[in-house]
Design a protein around this ligand. Structure first.
Ligand code: GDP
Length: 178
């Protein structure tokens, strides 16, 4: 089945977004590697695609060696996954472009991994501020890419933005299964 990965800095709002996308009800954990702490969770959605919940990167509080372990998990995932259709990189709407996010997206680009951006916690900003922050990102992105990647704006608190993402995924699913 096609897979869609969700990733971002810790605390970016990934769990909340995943709960919103899945509505929790149709959520089914599918990967089972008993005995190990699950760093990567798979959820079967609508019986036709997998949502892959990747560990957050950029923990401020963990040691360098722990960071390496997380990085390894993430890079292994991306290097091995044949089913991956698109990665969603979550970005906290409130912040200026963060080097760690820029580096990560550059890495995805270098590995020819398709990705979109999701600006989270949009409810925390006034529309003007939100627009400005997205434009800031766009400016940074255009120094590396020819165009701004496809992006979404979400708020798990206000429950907005999930329909667009789900529709985008269903459209891609139809393309890959045709
Ligand atoms: P994760 O660490 O990336 O999985 O982030 P969580 O989903 O656990 O969210 C981190 C914190 O941000 C929690 O305190 C959430 O309540 C808060 N949060 C997440 N999404 C939103 C949002 O859309 N709006 C607001 N205002 N807060 C959010």
């Amino acid at each position: 089945l096609p897979e869609y990965a969700f990733i971002g800095r810790s605390n970016v709002g990934k769990s909340s977004l995943i709960n919103m996308l899945t509505g929790r009800k149709n959520l089914a954990k599918t990967s089972a590697k008993p005995g190990k702490t699950q760093l990567i969770n798979h959820f079967l959605i609508n019986k036709n695609w997998h949502l892959v919940d990747l560990p957050g990167y950029g923990y401020a509080k963990v040691s360098k060696s722990a960071k390496k372990v997380f990085q390894k998990f993430i890079t292994n995932y991306f290097e091995e996954r044949k089913q991956l259709v698109c990665a969603f990189v979550l970005i906290d709407s409130r912040h200026k472009p963060q080097p760690i996010d820029m580096e990560f997206m550059q890495w995805l680009g270098e590995h020819a991994i398709p990705f979109c951006m999701i600006f989270t916690k949009a409810d925390k900003l006034k529309p003007k501020e939100l627009e400005k922050n997205i434009l800031n990102y766009q400016e940074e992105m255009l120094q590396v890419w020819e165009q701004m990647p496809h992006f979404f704006v979400t708020s798990s608190t206000a429950k907005t933005g999930s329909d667009d993402i789900l529709e985008f995924i269903e459209n891609l699913n139809n393309e890959v299964t045709e």
